[in-house]
Design a binder for this molecule. Structure first.
Ligand code: FES
Length: 151
């Protein structure tokens, strides 16, 4: 593919991404508490991806640090790196406020409010634990299993 064709393909992809995001993100009417799974199971792993029925652009990263749960978008607002991986366990667990770190350019995001020292902000989602289960307030259905469209 020529570099010009590649450029236009990337523009199309970006426009499609923004359109897809706009359709789901911030749609307050669709926000509901989504049951993710049992607290005992989810607290074993400090970070995991939770899949959205709207596709990977709406997936979230669910963190569990010192028994407390946090949910943020799984896509870094810088250039789209994954926020559901642990780059620096110390940064995550030993800072006064836990931070997720993007593996691509090492921007750190405060898990409580989504802010970063670079001035970017990732969306955070309220989490609650009720009757031994973890719930996330979100616009789309969420699952620990990938949806077929994601595979
Ligand atoms: S893509 Fe995440 S810091 Fe650059």
């Amino acid at each position: 593919m020529s570099s010009l064709a590649t450029f236009f393909a990337s523009l199309y992809d970006r426009a499609h991404t923004l359109e897809q995001e706009g359709r789901f993100k911030g749609n307050e009417e669709n926000k509901m508490w989504r049951q993710i799974g049992p607290k005992n199971k989810l607290s074993i792993q400090p970070c995991r991806r939770v899949y959205s029925s709207a596709g990977k652009l709406c997936d979230i990263a669910l963190y569990c640090v010192h028994g407390k749960f946090y949910a943020i978008d799984a896509r870094c607002p810088h250039l789209g790196g994954p926020l559901d991986v642990i780059v620096d366990l110390e940064e995550l667990t030993e800072m006064p406020v836990p931070h997720a770190m993007c593996p691509w350019h090492l921007f750190a995001y405060n898990l409580t409010n989504g802010s970063s020292p670079q001035g970017l902000k990732v969306d955070t989602h309220p989490v609650k634990v009720q009757n031994g289960n973890v719930y996330v307030l979100h616009e789309t259905e969420l699952s620990l299993q990938a949806y077929e469209t994601d595979i």
